[in-house]
Design a protein around this ligand. Sequence first.
Ligand code: BTN
Length: 378
Amino acid sequence: MVLDLVPHNSRIKKKATIHARESRPAGPAVALPKGAPGSQHEPTDIRLGRILRLLTENATVVVSGTKIAQEISSNRSEVWRLIQQLRGLGVDVAGHPATGYQLRSVPDLLLPEILQPLIRGTIFDSHFHHYYKIGSTNVAGMSAAADGAPEGSVFLAEEQTAGRGRGAHAWHSTRSVGIYCSVVLRPMLPPSEVLVLSLAAGLAVDEAIQQMDSRMQLDLKWPNDVLIGGKKVCGILTEMNAEITQVRYIVVGIGINVNQASFPEELDGLATSLRLQSGSEWSRVELAAALLKSLHREYRKFLEEADAKKSILRRFAERSSWVSGKAVRIEDGGSSSDGAFEGITEGLDDRGFLRVRTARGVRTVLSGTVRERGMLDS
Ligand code: BTN
């Protein structure tokens, strides 16, 4: 049974992946140019990250091509080719083979070399997969999990070409302005408890953003959106593979709109970014690190603390204007097959489902799209 946990609201493959900690023999670069066969799903050539780390550690000096070549066990012409690739990705490197190279500014790329040191001690620090471009990190995560990827595996991309939202919607995933992240979890749980875990992921996003900038006025929308000013800044797609009584694995996919300066017309009034809300650029690296750390904390609490479920439901309700007293319309598969209905939200039940008081009594929303009544969309 493969389940998309809860249907969606907005519109906003499989490849062996390389663990950043493993050494990889020098070979053909795999961060292929746009349109090259396989470029959609190839994990990042880890030599790019190593070069970046070397240049970052020696930021005040020019590093010779020979030294870089030694570092990546390759030759100077290969170094030149990789430097050109880094430039193509927006990394500002000065120099050429004759002079050596120097980083002009530290790039905000979610490379393992940059991110992993910041998340040491979490369950996410060891099996890290980075892609410059991929179809969907959730698809990669589900596929890797089916092949046995361990708990804590992380899939991060600079760009998704087929980013997936809930309810088969797309997730707008422009290069290097958002965080597109999926993690594999393997909790010993019945499928009925996964919704609470998914709500905890929303809390983790909330904590991470707040930690970076406490001025952000975030609102958690059941089940899994994070809004600012009524517009979506983050969406979460939780997918699982389970037997009737036992989860095999879960992939929690998180998309955060970070530095987008604008959105396509069809998202007008629906989506926003942290940059648009705060008026300044955010460090995606710092935010991604804060996110993985808060996700780690929430997950540990969920597994280890006796009253964790209650605490998650309580905190979610506290951080959400949608859980109680909101006039809503539920569409696309609410608690019964007779279509949309309207009512006033009346809290979460003990499994995390939304309760809505209607003219015919209280109904429990198991799935569907929750819209504020009177709003065209949300
Ligand atoms: C939603 O519809 O609100 C959920 C959006 C989830 C988007 C994220 S981006 C990372 C991961 N990969 C995907 O294809 N989707 C999720």
